[in-house]
Design a binder for this molecule. Structure first.
Ligand SMILES: [Zn+2]
Length: 185
């Protein structure tokens, strides 16, 4: 047997081994594909804040392509948006789940509704409050000035949400979000 023929025989044998049923069907390119998590929100009861909620959701979609917040209804929607006269607040129920209120009290004080929506969506995506007073952070909430109209998350906020979307959300982060899930805190 020539060396070449022996090598070909070996390749054929390896090829047969690779075709065993247990290995067939394993994804070949999972490491390179981007996993997108679609989260549906129902803003049908957000009253005068529907457009603000859309704007806040689109800011997140742009900053973190791995998650896509889309309008939905019924049981498809894991996020419910309501409106009342209190302070904006979120009752998170795990990553991509929960209820938040667009509160008119903050709007009456001059806070920008799309930024409020983006902030509360930040809680839905597992972020806690971060009262650093900075306009370039969404989670600064009430500690940033009312003149602040930024709806884009800070790069560190976007990075944390990306980790959360990938299943890297630590229980601690959820707990913090639940404890401090309001715009005012
Ligand atoms: Zn908050």
């Amino acid at each position: 047997m020539s060396f070449r023929k022996a090598a070909m025989t070996l390749v054929a044998a390896l090829g047969m081994a690779v075709m065993t049923p247990a290995l067939v069907g394993a994804p070949a390119s999972s490491a390179t594909s981007v996993q997108v998590r679609t989260i549906y929100y129902d803003a049908s009861q957000a009253q005068e804040f529907k457009a603000a909620v859309t704007e806040g959701a689109e800011a997140w979609n742009k900053a973190v392509p791995e998650i896509q917040l889309k309008p939905g209804t019924g049981s498809q929607a894991t996020v419910k948006v309501l409106a009342d006269d209190g302070w904006p607040r979120t009752y998170p129920g795990g990553f991509g789940r929960g209820t938040f209120y667009m509160g008119r009290e903050a709007v009456n004080e001059g806070f920008y509704p799309p930024r409020i929506a983006a902030h509360e969506l930040g809680h839905i995506l597992g972020l806690p409050d971060n009262r650093n007073g900075r306009c370039d952070y969404l989670m600064s909430g009430h500690s940033s000035p009312t003149s602040c109209k930024t709806t884009a998350p800070h790069s560190t906020e976007a990075a944390q949400v990306k980790r959360n979307a990938g299943g890297g959300l630590v229980a601690d982060s959820i707990r913090q979000a639940e404890l401090a899930g309001t715009f005012v805190h």
